[in-house]
Every structure is written in structure tokens, then in C-alpha cells.
Design a protein around this ligand. Sequence first.
Ligand SMILES: Nc1ncnc2c1ncn2[C@@H]1O[C@H](COP(=O)(O)OP(=O)(O)OP(=O)(O)O)[C@@H](O)[C@H]1O
Ligand SMILES: [Mg+2]
Length: 293
Amino acid sequence: MEDSAQPEDKSRQALEVTLQEERSISRARDAILMANIKELNDVYDALREKLKELRRKDERIRSFEAELVRANKLSALGELAGSIAHEIKNPLISIQGFAKRIGQTGNREKVERYAKFIEKEADRLSQVLAKLLAFSRMEEPKADQISMNDIVDDTVLFMEHHLTRFRGVEIVVEKDPDLRPVSADRTHIQQTVVNLVMNAAQAMPDGGKIRITTGRDGTHAFISITDTGMGIKEEDLNRIFEPFFTTKDKGEGTGLGLSLCKKLIEANRGKIEVESKVGEGTTFKIMIPLDRT
Ligand SMILES: Nc1ncnc2c1ncn2[C@@H]1O[C@H](COP(=O)(O)OP(=O)(O)OP(=O)(O)O)[C@@H](O)[C@H]1O
Ligand SMILES: [Mg+2]
């Protein structure tokens, strides 16, 4: 009898031991799980705190940025006023000087020469003023349905006569015949193309080629103007759109052309890009958004 009861007891004992072990393993598991959950909760709390802190920092950065933009605008305005004063002061001083000399000399030939100088300086003044007026008077752009291809044709027609002044400058036009019209102000785009073609011609004193291309670039229609001229130095590339930045001789350029172009294109929801290599040439690209249809 003893023999038959013993194995049963043994197996029960073994079962109980196993059960005990299982229980303690499960308790340990629970404890670990609880510890993990607590740890996760702590991490979650810490993350939430960090997020709040980040949001606070983000807000501070935003208000700081807004302040910076305002300060920048003010300083740009100050700089502009400074440059305008400078641009106007110099010709005025020479005009004054020559007028005084005219009053002092009895020599007819000298009088004529001084008068010529005065005329040249006055011309320069009125050029600067005309461009400044174009800036300040810029009206709200009209939303004409215009074809970039027509703009190129009109501009080339209008400039051909003017460009005969530049010896050896050839214009090549490549239009995309499938280009859809855009809504923009015809005069603004035309004025920009004229300025860019003038710059291109002026960059090629020994002649060269101006290639005008139209096409579609994703969501935009573009006109690009490429020359085979002197190119733009890398350190000048981010200054060329600043008002009064010019590398041309006194009397040759006011440095207002490109800043006006940028303002005109941006007023028409577009953008203007430049790529250049010294000694090889430059490409300016005007992009105007295509209507979504
Ligand atoms: N196609 C180009 N090739 C080389 N340099 C260029 C070209 N276009 C512009 N630049 C550079 O950018 C400068 C600024 O051009 P921007 O048209 O604003 O003024 P400008 O041509 O000097 O004077 P303005 O346009 O009033 O006659 C130029 O003086 C020149 O140095
Ligand atoms: Mg120019």
C-alpha cells in the first residue's frame, strides 16, 4: 500500500512545487511588468514636460524671429535711405561745383565743357529718381492672362533696335509652344525681361549670345535668360539684388535694375533665380505660378 501511495504523494508534491515556482515566476513577472509600466509612465511624464518646455522655447524663438524681421526691415530701410542720400549727394556736389566754375570763367569753351558735365550728372540723377519712383509707386499687379511666349516676342522686338548698340550680341529664342498662359501683370514681366536682357548685353562687352528660353518647371512657367558674358563672382551673388549694388562704372549703372526685377516678380507671386560662373556666363530665371486647372 505504502508503495502505491508514495508516488502519488510525490507527484502531488512535485506538482505543488511546480505550481509554487510558477506562481513566484508570475509574481516576479508582474513585479517587473509593474516596474516597467511605472518606468514608462515616468518616461511619458518626462517627455510631456520636455514637450511643454520645447513648445515654450519654440514660442520664444518665434517671437524673437518676428522681432528680428522687424529690426532687419528697419535697418534695410535705414540702409536704403543712406544709399539714396549718397547717390543723390554726389551728382549734386559736382553740379554745384561746375555751376560755380561756369560763373567764374569767361572762357566759352570751358563753359560748354562744364555745361556738358552738369547735363551728364543731371541725367544720372533723373535716372536714379525714375527708378526709385518705379519702386515706390508700384501699383498692385494686374492679373492679365498672359503668354510668356508673347512677352518674349514683344520684348525681343522692342529691344532689337536698342541692342544694335551692343556689337556682336546675338539673341536666340527657344519657346515652349505648349506653355499655358499665366495670370500676371504684363508690364511687370516685360519690364523685368528688359532689365535682364540689358544686363546680359552689358555683361558681354566683346559680344556673345543671349539665349531666351520659355518652358514649364513643375507648377511654374518660366522665362530664362542666359548670356555668355563675364559671370558674377561668388561673393557678389547674394548682393546683386540689393538696391544700389553695382559693379559698373559711375554713370553706367544705378544698381537698381535687379532689385526692381525682384520686387516686380515677387509682387506677381513669382520668384527669380540666378546661376553664374565667372568667365562662362549667367542665367536668370523668372518663374510665375501656373493656374491650377
Ligand atoms: N547678366 C549678368 N552678368 C554679369 N553680372 C551681372 C549680370 N546681371 C547683373 N549683374 C551684376 O549685378 C549688378 C547689379 O545689377 P543691376 O541690374 O541691379 O544694376 P546695374 O545693371 O549695375 O545698374 P542698372 O540696372 O541700374 O543700369 C551689376 O552691376 C552686375 O555686377
Ligand atoms: Mg541692370
